[in-house]
Design a protein around this ligand. Structure first.
Ligand code: FNR
Length: 366
């Protein structure tokens, strides 16, 4: 039987009730500099579960404090964070959705002001030293940001931070973990030859540039429950044709290496490594073709999520029906419409066919 948008997705022992995922989206809404969730995070994430999305993914959640993009980002570097996040996962589960957490480290793109404040480098005591595979700051012309080239000990620390964060996420009740290896943040910085000029075991060849991600994956898998899916978000291409950069062929090869390590789904995004990138299109489904290539060309049966410019029910349903992806990952449309999945089910006449339930309180509206 052909799967559609409201066919549950079974990964390991976990059933995601439908194929709509809320894409991770930073809210920059922690009140202090403590990385703790606020009412905003709770309301924001729980509303999307009320709206019917099968999988509600948190924003990039920092595994260590210096891995935040801004001081207002969510974190999971202490047990207090896990305790506070447990209320949110309970609310998401109450609605029948699966709570997911994106585990992240911003690397050289850390220590910035919020987007609505200009995304500028923080200065003086407000900022902090960032770490990356090389000492080149982001963007290159920005001389104010100090970025330290990571030592072997730094690399160990980061692996340990991802492992500890995954343990806490498990204890907080998350059912899916996603390692953020996209958009020019730390793990992508290691993958891409654009930002990785190392000549040790973590740079140079494809095998060496992908080593840190494989080691982080192994560390997370060690503590992440056997019946809980593990996703990795990648930038399938650096969108830089004028130099040696990360390509879609590299992404297919990476997927083949990650599947045997216990990664269940590749979340296929693109770009973010360098300001010179040239994005061919930002129209409907603008990254779908990369997801399709990873799904079709991988030698494994790893699942694939497509993200980018998915805004309509018909488009999301066609993605699944045509086998271009296993999960429709919806970002900005979820900011416009928290009830995207319910609206989609109504439009596709699937409200009574399983995969989604109208909350009783809203019954008379759908
Ligand atoms: C994002 N995006 C993003 N991606 C990610 O992997 N982790 C994150 O924390 C964020 N944060 C974030 C915040 C906001 C406000 C936006 C709009 C976007 C990217 C996002 O998940 C998605 O990949 C893109 O927005 C493209 O999908 P849409 O929006 O076209 O569906």
């Amino acid at each position: 039987m052909t799967a559609d948008l409201f066919t549950p997705l079974e990964l390991r022992g976990t059933e995601i009730p439908n194929r709509v995922m809320v894409s991770p989206m930073c809210q920059y809404s922690c009140e202090g500099r403590d990385g703790l969730p606020t009412d905003w995070h709770h309301t924001h994430l729980a509303s999307r579960a009320v709206g019917g999305a099968g999988l509600v993914m948190t924003e990039a959640t920092a595994v260590e404090a210096r891995g935040r993009i801004t001081p207002h980002d969510l974190g999971i570097w202490s047990d207090d964070h896990a305790d506070a996040l447990a209320d949110i996962t309970a609310s998401i589960r109450d609605q029948g959705s699966v709570p997911g957490i994106q585990l992240a480290h911003a690397g050289r793109k850390a220590s910035k002001t919020r987007p609505w404040e200009g995304s500028n480098p923080l200065t003086g005591d407000d900022g902090w030293e960032t770490i990356a595979p090389s000492a080149d700051p982001w963007p290159y012309e920005d001389s104010e940001t100090a970025t330290r080239r990571m030592s072997a000990a730094d690399i160990e620390d980061v692996i340990d931070a991802f492992r500890a964060a995954a343990e806490r996420a498990r204890d907080a009740g998350f059912g899916v973990a996603e390692i953020h290896a996209a958009h020019g943040y730390l793990l992508h910085e290691f993958l891409s030859p654009v930002t990785n000029d190392r000549d040790d075991d973590y740079g140079g060849s494809f095998e060496d540039r992908t080593r840190l991600l494989r080691e982080v994956t192994n560390a997370v898998r060690e503590v992440w429950p056997d019946d809980a899916p593990l996703f990795v978000r990648i930038s399938a291409t650096d969108w830089l044709d004028d130099r040696e950069a990360w390509t879609v062929a590299d992404s297919v090869r990476l997927a083949d290496e990650l599947a045997p390590l216990g990664v269940d789904l590749i979340d296929v995004s693109a770009g973010g490594i360098h300001p010179d990138q040239s994005i061919p299109s930002t129209g409907p489904g603008y990254q779908e073709r990369y997801a399709r290539r990873v799904r079709q060309e991988s030698e494994t049966d790893i699942a694939v999520g497509a993200v980018g410019g998915i805004t309509t029910a018909e488009q999301a349903d066609a993605l699944i029906r045509n086998g271009r992806g296993d999960l429709a990952i919806v970002g900005r449309e979820h900011l416009r419409d928290p009830y995207f999945a319910l609206h989609a089910a109504k439009e596709l006449d699937r409200l009574d066919a399983g995969g989604i339930e109208v909350p009783s309180q809203y019954d008379r509206a759908f």
